[in-house]
Design a protein around this ligand. Structure first.
Ligand code: ASP
Length: 312
């Protein structure tokens, strides 16, 4: 079985001045996850590493650089799932954890639960020595400025989703050489969200799902719409019914558009390595790395291919 990793940097109308950095960020994340698998890491480790790379990159709405809620605070959500055992871990509403995906993995591996939220998540993080930082250190100046500018939009989130606001949730799916799949998703959510609002990203079956029997998916887009159609699980359902990965993603995104008028995007990989990156928003930065070939894109229908010398 040859390894493959696919990552996304969020579905929305990424402005031109962030386009290059977004593409560079997803390429770097895919490379990091893939290289890890080349040296023996599992799909689970690869998706965690890829997502951590994007959480650390301020161009994305995850970890450092996350968008701010109605009170001007960071509130982060993340999920990780292991397709081998269906084990999953998630955190929501954490404010001072720079890499929520790693806290989510600890929830999965060190507790009897699937999701911890808010102060419970922090108490757990402290108990196992996970790094905490000041919430302000996760806020970029650019986000503070955008937040100030957009304060007047307190409603109509869905209509404005594709045109006005930036939300670059990040995610990764991978298949490793042993045939195991995994997914991870991490986000600051939607700018100006109500305090305590939790979107799709940390919710199992919505923001992500992984099952060795079918594949793995990670989603991005309007969270309330994704939640209503349980988008990640819907994609895997269509794959289980025999659809190819790209068709399964397309059919599911179309269903979400028609049924609840929601825009978004998703990446998915099947248990045989057939992968796809699709979106119904204006743009989505994504990259896929397999057999040392890199494919990436930003605009609809775009798929640039580059040979990669992994030793460089
Ligand atoms: N789905 C995320 C949320 O609603 C946002 C995004 O993917 O851009 O929290």
């Amino acid at each position: 079985m040859s390894a493959v990793i696919v990552v996304h940097g969020g579905a929305w109308a990424i402005p031109d001045d962030l386009a290059q950095a977004s593409v560079a960020g997803v390429k770097a994340a895919a490379r990091r996850g893939f290289l890890a698998m080349k040296t023996g890491a599992s799909a689970l480790e690869a998706v965690e590493l890829a997502v951590r790379t994007m959480e650390d990159d301020p161009v994305f709405d995850a970890g450092h650089g996350a968008v701010l809620n109605a009170d001007g605070e960071v509130e982060l959500d993340a999920i990780i799932m292991d397709g081998r055992t269906l084990a999953a871990g998630a955190v929501s509403c954490v404010r001072n954890i720079p890499n929520p995906v790693s806290l989510a993995r600890a929830v999965m591996e060190k507790t009897d639960h699937v999701m911890l939220t808010d102060r419970g998540a922090n108490r757990f993080a402290q108990s196992i020595g996970i790094q905490e930082v000041s919430p302000e250190s996760l806020v970029t100046e650019q986000e503070r400025r955008e937040w100030e500018k957009n304060r007047k939009y307190s409603s109509g989130v869905k209509d404005l989703f594709n045109s006005q606001w930036g939300h670059d949730t990040v995610g990764a799916v991978a298949l490793d050489c042993s045939g195991n799949v995994a997914c991870a998703t991490s986000t600051g959510g939607i700018r100006n969200k109500m305090v305590g609002r939790v979107g799709d990203s940390p919710v199992i079956g919505s923001g992500g799902y992984a099952d060795n029997l079918s594949g793995a998916a990670s989603c991005t887009g309007h969270g309330e719409s994704i939640l209503r159609v349980t988008l990640a699980r819907l994609i895997l359902f269509h794959m289980e019914q025999g659809k190819g990965t790209a068709e399964a993603v397309n059919v599911s995104l179309t269903y979400m558009g028609e049924r609840v008028r929601g825009g978004g995007g998703a990446i998915a990989v099947s248990r045989t390595g057939d992968w796809a990156a699709r979106f119904t928003t204006e743009r989505m930065a994504w990259a896929a790395l397999e057999e040392e070939r890199l494919t990436y894109g930003l605009n609809p229908g775009e798929a640039f291919k580059e040979p990669v010398n992994m030793l460089n």
